[in-house]
Design a protein around this ligand. Structure first.
Ligand SMILES: *Cc1c(COP(=O)(O)O)cnc(C)c1O
Length: 432
């Protein structure tokens, strides 16, 4: 099968003249896998349609938000109705209270929540709060974890930073990155060492409880528990970055699913139902330090925007009222896992499939992939060929081995079968 992406090619040419690299977020550019990014026109349920009218089965789902599939009707309708009452007030609304109450009712350890407009904002605000609360400057993050593009986090970050193999980032000053300490994911020993080297200086440990920005990587048994107890012992604020996992792994996110308590939690992606939304929340004792209640400043002209709130609220309400969605997502992802495992086992290339809930990814590696260096040493040239073969067959996977796939409830068993068959054709053609 050969694809015609004539219009995408034209649009990409045109886009590059006025948009840096032709895209508004780097990973979309297909730079690491090569080729032309596909310009999308519309989407419904499990399918996206590009500018040439070609259909794709979507395994990115806008990087997570479209957990119930595209153009989910109740969300679309709610947005339409709300827009008639004005798209922004810049003053408080009852809907913001309803949103906060709903989040507090769904998420463990979240007594209070502040809405922002992206996951980046959520993480940078949570870090500032942890620093303001403890009066300490340094924090620990893990290699390959991505917490948005705020300066302090762009040290050994995953996602696009890993995809493009960017080592140090022009514009991020040494004065900022000196306070960012890093350890390999799943390496408690390394964290113990940092904590003793910098005793009394560490404000926070931030972690993706299930990592999704170096492919999908699971926390080793005891890793998160170990971090929790280090934080308890040292008075360090434990931040779960649930921008990916929140409302995806369970109604109460990774905290609920893994049974680990965080002090602060950050959200994004699913929380906005496809609109630009983020949030950070947590224990009352810490959250009360945020302005105007406390002195740690944080603000946003469009924070709590009514259109964003009604989209997110409608999405979260659906998820909270239908817990069977999570079982369904797990089953679908397990089905895909099993099918892919079968077709790749028939080939010659070593591979590792990591899965947790509705997050899944494949690394072409002959050893377990449990941290960034393992993900980086996999055969990512082969991944790029796999990506293009699948794309050509109408399967839209993340254009990098350093990204998890996101399963939506709209994907059917037939969609999974079509995907597994396409993977099987790839395995056969590469065996020749
Ligand atoms: C996507 C992501 C972010 C950043 O969110 P944006 O809305 O893109 O700013 C932060 N943390 C994690 C874990 C993410 O996956």
């Amino acid at each position: 099968m050969t694809s015609t992406i004539t219009k995408s090619k034209e649009l990409f040419e045109r886009a590059q003249k006025t948009i840096p690299g032709g895209v508004n977020s780097p990973v979309r550019a297909f730079k690491s896998v090569g080729g032309t990014p596909i310009f999308m026109e519309r989407a419904n349920g499990a399918y996206m349609y590009d500018a040439d009218g070609k259909r794709y089965i979507d395994f990115i789902n806008s990087w997570g938000p479209m957990i119930l599939g595209h153009a989910y009707e109740p969300v679309v309708k709610a947005i339409q109705d709300k827009a008639l009452q004005s798209t922004s007030f810049g003053a408080p609304t009852e809907l913001e209270i309803e949103m906060a109450e709903l989040i507090v009712s769904m998420a463990p350890n979240v007594d209070m929540v502040r809405m922002v407009s992206s996951g980046t904002e959520a993480c940078m605000s949570a870090l500032r709060l942890a620093r303001g609360y403890t009066g300490r400057n340094k924090f620990i993050k893990f290699e390959g974890c991505y917490h948005g593009h705020a300066d302090a986090f762009l040290v050994k970050a995953g996602s696009g930073v890993a995809t493009f193999n960017i080592q140090s980032i022009p514009g991020v000053t040494a004065g900022v990155s000196i306070d960012t300490l890093t350890a390999p994911y799943n390496d408690l020993e390394a964290v113990h060492k940092l904590v003793s080297d910098y005793e009394g200086e560490i404000a926070a440990i931030i972690v993706e409880p299930v990592a999704g920005n170096m492919g999908c990587i699971l926390p080793a048994p005891g890793f998160l528990e170990g971090l929790r107890s280090i934080c308890d012992k040292e008075g360090i604020v434990f931040i779960f970055d649930e921008v990916m996992t929140g409302f995806r792994l369970a109604a109460g996110g990774a905290q609920e699913r893994l049974g680990i308590n965080a002090d602060l939690v950050t959200y994004g992606k699913v929380i906005g139902g496809g609109m630009p939304v983020g949030a950070f929340g947590g224990k009352m004792e810490i959250m009360q330090h945020i302005a105007p209640l406390g002195n740690v400043y944080q603000a946003g002209t469009l924070s709590g925007n009514p259109i964003a709130m009604i989209a997110g609220y409608t999405m979260l309400k659906t998820l909270s009222e239908n817990p069977s969605i999570y079982k369904d997502l797990d089953e679908k992802t397990a089905y895909l896992h099993k099918g892919l495992d079968k077709v790749f086992s028939a080939g010659n290339e070593p591979f590792v499939i990591n899965r947790f809930g509705s997050m899944i990814s494949i690394h072409f590696s002959d050893k377990p992939v449990n941290n960034f260096s393992a993900a980086a040493s996999a055969n990512n040239t082969l991944f790029n060929r796999f990506f293009h073969a699948m794309l050509n067959d109408g399967i839209y996977l993340p254009p990098s081995a350093f990204e998890t796939w996101f399963i939506s409830a709209a994907l059917s068993k037939e969609d999974m079968d079509e995907t597994i068959e396409a993977a099987g054709r790839f395995v056969q053609s590469s065996a020749k």
